[in-house]
Design a protein around this ligand. Structure first.
Ligand code: NAG
Ligand code: NAG
Ligand code: NAG
Ligand code: NAG
Ligand code: NAG
Ligand code: NAG
Length: 474
């Protein structure tokens, strides 16, 4: 009788030890898991999703090249003034992502006067430390003189080695100030953005809910520092707060709106983050009466790497949804594209193809205009129209990429979608109305014919030469 009892006892003991060991292992694993996950996000002290502000004030900011537009034209708030306002408001932190840092480059500019705004902004960024404001910059630039200077003056600069991830660049362009105010748009930390180029962007003040979400994108870039892989497990602190199917509901200047932030490339879309391309798709797809697209380049092609060589593919997603809107829903489409030295000759073929859709169709309207500089013939160094937005009767997408497939595939960028009710009483007074006005004014100034006649373009030289004769200029 006494025999089996100690044995049983031993067995139970062994079982206990085994279970205990397992529990320990599990606990250690769990601890490791959470500690490693936590590395992927920094603290979000102060404002949280629960008590962030949804009562935002929005301001459209633009840069208009001086020599190009008559001074009597009604203007929005200058881009540079917008940045100065943000810097005035900054109490704790300024976080900046920009594809380039050339605010002070004098060498390329014959008349230093036009570089003044960039220079001023650079001086103010340097001065942030003396006010006790932290300046944080994420960048994929390896050898930027300006970033080095800023680092010497107390800025924290994080390098994201994009060549390990996609071989692209960190082309995002946005600011976050105190996690309360933000900027997003085409203007970059480049003196040209304040002088020679047509830029458009948005400033959102007292908008901590949106700033919090954009900050998560920034945190994500920040965590890529000295890493050569993207984790499969995401920290809660870099995953999206709002998305296409669950957007943020807020007030912009007392008007109800829904918004969310989108990103690209796909590899950089953390958990729940909407892809830029899906955001643009949604905006175009939900248009009821009109679509206005303003970009530097339009090229529905994507270069993909296949076994070491590059293969070019048709990138149909945006081209398709435009066609559908124009032909099947009778939505009016207006496009503004820049003609400059990098304009791909096939742009005109794709655009002509879009235009030919409306042949013999009633209620079908698609117009494309090209921007170019006549005075400086042969000098198409810099794109004149640098805007990157899609506007419809009910939504606005303001982003960092042109409608070029390869951009979305390899370059990092962000976009902001703002959607409003269709039947707004005072649409003119909303941000959508303001952008519409800007778009129409801009279109009037692009007095080019809609598109050069369909012509076979064999080489880039052929294309450029044919265009020179086909295009009128502003
Ligand atoms: C928001 O909530 C967090 C934590 O609940 C708190 O620490 C913070 O002070 C709050 N912020 C504001 C502005 O109320
Ligand atoms: C939102 O802010 C504006 C001014 O900043 C103010 O007039 C308005 O009453 C606020 N609305 C709400 C709901 O807090
Ligand atoms: C970026 O990563 C690539 C590939 O690992 C490496 O060759 C290169 O040196 C890195 N660049 C920098 C500036 O660290
Ligand atoms: C932000 O909100 C505060 C308090 O409601 C207000 O005093 C301030 O003017 C607002 N700032 C901006 C830039 O709208
Ligand atoms: C074309 O537009 C007119 C007026 O806007 C409308 O009455 C007509 O039904 C439309 N036709 C089609 C085929 O959609
Ligand atoms: C929103 O309100 C701000 C501050 O009152 C103003 O400067 C701005 O022009 C308004 N924006 C729009 C789109 O009406």
């Amino acid at each position: 009788m006494a025999g089996p009892a100690p044995q049983e006892h031993m067995k139970t003991q062994q079982k206990c030890i085994a279970i205990f060991a397992l529990v320990c292992c599990f606990a250690i694993l769990l601890a490791l898991f959470f500690s490693s996950v936590d590395i992927w996000g920094d603290s979000e002290d102060g404002i949280t999703e629960e008590n962030c502000s949804k009562n935002c004030s929005i301001v459209l900011v633009e840069n208009i090249p001086e020599d190009l537009f008559p001074t009597d034209a009604k203007r929005g708030v200058p881009l540079s003034a917008g940045f100065h306002t943000l810097l005035d408001l900054a109490k704790y932190s300024v976080e900046v992502v920009s594809p380039v840092w050339t605010l002070t480059s004098w060498d390329t500019e014959p008349t230093p006067g036009s570089a003044k705004q960039g220079q001023l902004l650079f001086q103010r960024l340097i001065g942030l430390k003396s006010r006790g404001v932290k300046l944080k910059i994420a960048s994929s630039l390896t050898d930027s003189h300006e970033l080095k200077t800023l680092a010497v003056h107390g800025a924290e600069v994080t390098f994201v080695n994009m060549s390990v991830f996609t071989k692209g660049g960190l082309h995002s362009s946005f600011w976050i100030v105190d996690r309360e105010h933000l900027y997003i748009g085409s203007g970059e930390m480049d003196w040209r953005s304040f002088s020679k180029r047509k830029e458009l962007g948005l400033m959102l003040y007292n908008c901590s809910c949106l700033a919090l979400d954009l900050h998560r994108v920034f945190s994500f870039y920040w965590q890529l520092h000295e890493r050569d892989y993207i984790p499969t497990i995401w920290s809660r602190r870099v995953s999206a707060l709002y998305k296409r199917h669950e957007p943020l509901e807020l007030q912009v200047n007392e008007t109800e709106a829904t918004t969310y932030v989108s990103t690209s490339p796909e590899l950089f879309c953390s958990k729940d983050r909407t892809k830029d391309i899906d955001a643009i798709y949604q905006v175009i797809h939900s248009a009821k009466t009109f679509i206005l697209i303003s970009v530097t380049d339009y090229l529905p092609l994507v270069d993909r790497k296949l076994r070491g060589s590059t293969v070019t593919r048709y990138w149909s997603i945006i081209d398709e949804v435009i066609r559908e809107a124009v032909v099947l829903r009778g939505v009016k489409v207006r496009m503004l594209i820049t003609y400059w030295k990098e304009t791909h000759p096939l742009t005109f073929n794709f655009v002509s193809s879009l235009k030919s859709l409306c042949l013999q169709l009633h209620n079908c309207s698609l117009e494309v205009r090209f921007f170019s500089q006549k005075e400086k013939k042969g000098d198409f160094q810099d794109p004149l129209n640098h805007n990157k937005y899609v506007l419809t009767d009910n939504s606005l997408y303001m982003g960092n990429h042109d409608l070029v497939g390869s951009d979305f595939a390899i370059n990092a960028g962000v976009g902001l979608v703002i959607m409003m009710q269709n039947n707004l009483k005072n649409r003119r007074k909303t941000i959508l109305g303001q952008v519409t006005t800007v778009g129409i004014q801009q279109r009037r100034r692009a007095k080019t014919p809609d598109c050069p006649r369909l012509m076979p373009l064999q080489t880039e030289e052929d294309g450029a030469a044919a265009l020179d004769t086909a295009l009128f200029s502003i």
